[in-house]
Design a protein around this ligand. Structure first.
Ligand code: HEC
Ligand code: HEC
Length: 368
């Protein structure tokens, strides 16, 4: 059944009649010539030479995004009728889109989160390309994660965001709410083959700058491009009913805590590059890479809730290069791990890894 859903488009095409095929051919030819004219005009007038077009990244760290490569495509919500329990999946989507309404400080099911919605950070209920979507969750979980040093289920990962991004308490794994969220996440990821991470899922990986990100420059850009919605003190704007945010907070007591994914500079900078100011997309970003890094540095220098992180990263060398709290398995400062420049740390880590692999090969050779 799953296969059929995922191949629905192909099936529909196969069923076209001879007449339909002819019509199709004519429209393709027409469409093609119009496109050609547009392209030629565009080329000669230079409108394609926009400077803020998506960069083609070349480091191995960044999975290169090529515009012609197909990006992850969401399975239509219409397909939910084929699920064993469509209502559960729909409830899951609803919880992700309007979390505060159910679980926020005035939640009607329980009161255990900070008032934000999952969707504030996982746009379009976790379905937008490069909008921190859930496209690769069903295909990669359960998976080993260095932060906890354990193999994590989807339930554990969702509760991580409950406790960190929503600065609250996790849901019971048997609760209807958790079952709904998990079934929705599995539903939207069902067409992705096991262990694959399609282009466009998760957060955009921004190229490193040669310098450290600069909160002072970031503040100037923040006041021009973000303040109108998120406020001078990053406090956001509540809707008139006072239950959900129209514009969510970026720092302060109602924002994500220091253990959240967005507290890592690369995550926040990548997220805002392709999604903010609201209305920007990966195809039409509105911030330069430098602005994204600098604004992220400013936002993550502001006060926010703390969290006991003493159990995180049981293996110190497993910390990502932009984890802002020591101890580290290298000699770079906490400040450099927080703001960069990240290239030297990245290169050091890669060299270390190579050394260790070489050592492993050597010991294997000696043994055999
Ligand atoms: C403040 C922002 C924020 C909020 C709110 C938030 N998340 Fe997240 N979430 C993140 C970030 C950042 C990541 C890590 C993404 C990465 O590193 O690529 C993440 C990761 C995840 C992942 C794993 C994705 C993957 O591909 O491995 C799941 C599942 C998830 N969140 C579910 C939820 C759910 C469900 C909620 C609401 C209960 C929620 N999140 C609320 C920011 C947020
Ligand atoms: C036009 C209003 C608007 C502007 C301007 C804007 N945002 Fe947002 N921002 C939003 C909305 C709305 C959301 C939540 C989206 C949703 O729930 O679908 C959001 C969500 C976010 C989030 C994730 C949720 C959170 O609160 O942590 C971050 C981070 C963010 N914006 C940063 C920025 C930054 C940085 C800028 C400036 C470059 C910016 N935004 C400009 C409206 C805006």
């Amino acid at each position: 059944m799953t296969m059929n859903l995922c191949n629905m488009k192909n099936l529909a095409n196969n069923k076209l009649s001879k007449f339909g095929q002819l019509l199709n051919l004519i429209s393709w030819l027409l469409g093609g010539s119009i496109l050609l004219v547009i392209l030629l005009v565009g080329y000669f007038t230079g409108i394609f030479n926009r400077t803020n077009a998506i960069p083609i990244t070349e480091t191995t760290e960044n999975k290169p995004y090529k515009p012609e490569k197909t990006v992850w495509k969401l399975i239509s919500m219409d397909a939910v009728v084929h699920e064993p329990d469509p209502e559960l999946v729909k409830y899951g989507r609803e919880l992700i889109a309007n979390t505060a309404y159910y679980l926020g400080p005035k939640g009607k099911v329980a009161q255990q989160t900070n008032g934000m919605n999952c969707q504030n950070c996982h746009l379009d209920a976790g379905s937008r390309v490069w909008g921190n979507n859930y496209g690769a969750v069903a295909s990669t979980y359960p998976k080993f994660r260095e932060r906890s040093g354990t193999k994590e289920s989807i339930v554990k990962r969702v509760n991580d965001c409950m406790e960190r991004s929503l600065n609250g308490r996790g849901l019971d794994s048997t609760s209807r709410e958790m079952r709904a969220i998990v079934s929705y996440i599995k539903f939207i990821g069902q067409c992705v083959p096991k262990d694959t991470i399609p282009n466009g899922t998760g957060i955009w990986k921004l190229k490193f700058m040669n310098r450290a990100a600069d909160p002072t420059k970031g503040q100037v850009a923040y006041e021009q491009k973000c303040v109108s919605c998120h406020g001078k003190n990053g406090e956001g704007v509540k809707s008139p009913d006072g239950i959900v945010y129209t514009y969510p907070p970026l720092w302060g007591q109602h924002s994500y805590n220091i253990g959240a994914g967005l507290f890592r500079l690369s995550r926040l900078a990548g997220y805002i590059k392709t999604n903010m100011p609201f209305g920007a997309t990966y195809e039409k970003p509105q911030l330069s890479d430098e602005e994204a890094w600098d604004i992220a540095a400013y936002v993550n220098s502001r006060p926010r809730p703390t969290k006991d992180l003493s159990k995180d990263w049981p293996k110190i060398s497993g910390k990502p290069i932009d984890h802002p709290f020591g101890p580290y398995s290298d000699n770079f400062s906490e400040k450099q791990h927080k703001f960069g420049p990240f290239k030297p740390i990245d290169e050091f880590k890669k060299a270390e890894k190579k050394k260790q692999e070489a050592l492993k090969n050597k010991t294997q050779q000696i043994k055999s």
